[in-house]
Design a protein around this ligand. Structure first.
Ligand code: NAD
Length: 358
C-alpha cells in the first residue's frame, strides 16, 4: 500500500467546506486503489492571523516542506481588510510559493460538455467542450525583477524589469512539454518576441528544448494575438506555456471563457514534482458556511495532484470521470444551476461524486 503525507491548509471563508469534500474524495480513492493518505492540517491566511498572529506561521512552512504535497482551500476575507498590506491573509500565498519553490503554475480551462451553455462565447466557437492547459512561470520575470524609481527624461520615473535566465525558461518548458506529451501533444509558446529581448531569448530556448520532444507540435504566438485567439478560436490551444505576467492575464481570460469559477482547479509545482493544489477561486466570504459552495474545483485539484505529483493517472481519471458523470446526471450546485434546476449543496455534491467513483 502506497502512503502519502499531505499538508492541508483549509484557510478562510468557504475553504474548510470545500476542502472537507475533497479530502473525503481522496479517502474514497485510497480505499478503491489501496493507498493511504495521511492529512496534517496547518494554518495559513486569515485564520492563521487569528490563531498565531501571522498569515504564514513558520510551523506551516516547515510541515508543508516535509510533506509530499500541499492542499489549499482559499484565504482572505473582509474580516482582515484592515490588516497592513504585507501581513494580509493573501500574502500567505506568495510566501508559500516562494518558500516551497513553486515555479510552475498549471491552470486548466475546461468546459464540460454538460456545462457548455455557461460559456459567454458562442457555441459554434467553443463547441460542446473545451480543454486548455495554461502553464505559467510563477517565480521569475517582471514580478520578481529589479524595480524602483530613478531620474528619467521627464523627471521621476518608476520601472520594473522583465528578465529570464535560460535555467528558468528550460525548467518551465520541461513542465509544459511533458504536460503536452500526456495530452494532445500540441504546445503553444506565448511571448512578445517582436518587441522584447527577454521574449526572443524565451523563444530561442523553447525551440532548442523542442528537440527533446519531437512528438510535440510546437507553435509560437505573440501575447496580443494569443489574447485574441483565446476568444476567437480557443480550440487552437492544447497546452500554452508563457511567462509570469502573460500567464497571469491569459489564465484569467481563459477561466472566464469557461463561465464557471467554481469548477476550475490549479496546481503550483516545484522541484521533484512537489506541488500545491488549490481551486482558482477565492474564499467567497459571501456564501461561506451555508453549504452552497461548489466543491468541484477543489475536488478536481485532487485529480491534478494525483496526476502531476504522484503519477497516479488512473486515480486522477477516475475523479474526473466521476465529476463528469454527476454533471451529466444533471446535478448542479447553485453557481452552475440553470433556471428551473434544483441546486444541491456542497456536501451532497461531494457525496454524489464519491458515489460515482464507486
Ligand atoms: P472569489 O473567487 O472568492 O468570489 C468571486 C465570486 O464567485 C463570489 O460571488 C463567490 O461567491 C463566487 N464563488 C467563488 N468560488 C465559488 C465556489 N466554489 N462556489 C460557488 N461560488 C463561488 O473572489 P473575491 O470575492 O474577489 O475574493 C474573496 C476573498 O478571497 C478575498 O479576500 C480575496 O483576496 C481572496 N482570494 C483568495 C484566493 C486564494 O486563496 N487563492 C484567490 C482569489 C481571491
Amino acid at each position: 500500500m502506497a502512503s502519502f503525507n499531505l499538508a492541508v491548509i483549509k484557510g478562510d471563508g468557504i475553504g474548510p467546506e470545500i476542502v472537507d469534500e475533497a479530502l473525503k474524495v481522496l479517502e474514497a480513492i485510497g480505499e478503491k486503489y489501496d493507498h493511504k493518505f495521511n492529512f496534517t492540517e496547518v494554518a495559513a491566511g486569515g485564520c492563521a492571523i487569528d490563531c498565531c498572529g501571522q498569515c504564514l506561521p513558520k510551523e506551516t512552512v516547515d510541515i508543508c516542506k516535509a510533506s509530499d504535497s500541499v492542499i489549499l482551500g482559499a484565504v482572505g476575507g473582509p474580516k482582515w481588510d484592515n490588516v497592513p498590506g504585507d501581513q494580509r491573509p493573501e500574502r500567505a500565498l506568495l510566501g508559500l510559493r516562494e518558500n516551497l519553490g513553486l515555479y510552475a503554475n498549471l491552470r486548466p480551462a475546461i468546459i464540460h460538455n454538460a456545462l457548455s451553455d455557461a460559456s459567454p462565447i458562442k457555441k459554434e466557437i467553443v463547441g460542446d467542450s473545451l480543454d486548455i492547459l495554461i502553464v505559467r512561470e510563477l517565480t521569475g520575470g517582471i514580478y520578481f525583477g529589479d524595480r524602483g524609481y530613478r531620474d528619467g527624461k521627464y523627471g521621476t520615473e518608476a520601472y520594473d524589469t522583465e528578465a529570464y535566465s535560460e535555467m528558468e525558461i528550460r525548467r518551465i518548458a520541461k513542465v509544459a512539454f511533458e504536460a503536452a506529451m500526456s495530452r494532445d501533444k500540441r504546445l503553444t509558446s506565448v511571448d512578445k518576441a517582436n518587441v522584447l529581448e527577454s521574449s526572443r531569448f524565451w523563444r530561442k530556448t523553447i525551440i532548442d528544448m523542442a528537440k527533446e520532444y519531437p512528438e510535440v507540435t510546437l507553435d509560437h504566438m505573440y501575447v496580443d494575438n494569443a489574447a485574441m485567439q483565446l476568444v476567437r478560436n480557443p480550440k487552437h490551444f492544447d497546452v500554452i506555456v508563457t511567462s509570469n505576467i502573460f500567464g497571469d492575464i491569459l489564465s484569467d481570460e481563459a477561466s472566464q471563457i469557461t463561465g464557471s469559477i467554481g469548477m476550475l482547479p490549479s496546481a503550483s509545482i516545484g522541484e521533484g514534482a512537489f506541488g500545491m493544489y488549490e481551486p482558482i477561486h477565492g474564499s467567497a466570504p459571501d456564501i461561506a458556511g451555508q453549504n452552497i459552495a461548489n466543491p468541484i474545483a477543489t475536488i478536481l485539484s485532487m485529480a491534478m495532484m494525483l496526476r502531476y505529483t504522484f503519477k497516479l493517472d488512473d486515480e486522477a481519471n477516475a475523479i474526473e470521470a466521476a465529476v463528469t458523470k454527476v454533471l451529466n446526471d444533471g446535478f448542479r450546485t447553485a453557481d452552475i444551476a440553470t433556471k428551473g434546476v434544483q441546486a444541491i449543496g456542497t456536501k451532497q455534491m461531494g457525496e454524489l461524486i464519491i458515489k460515482a467513483l464507486n
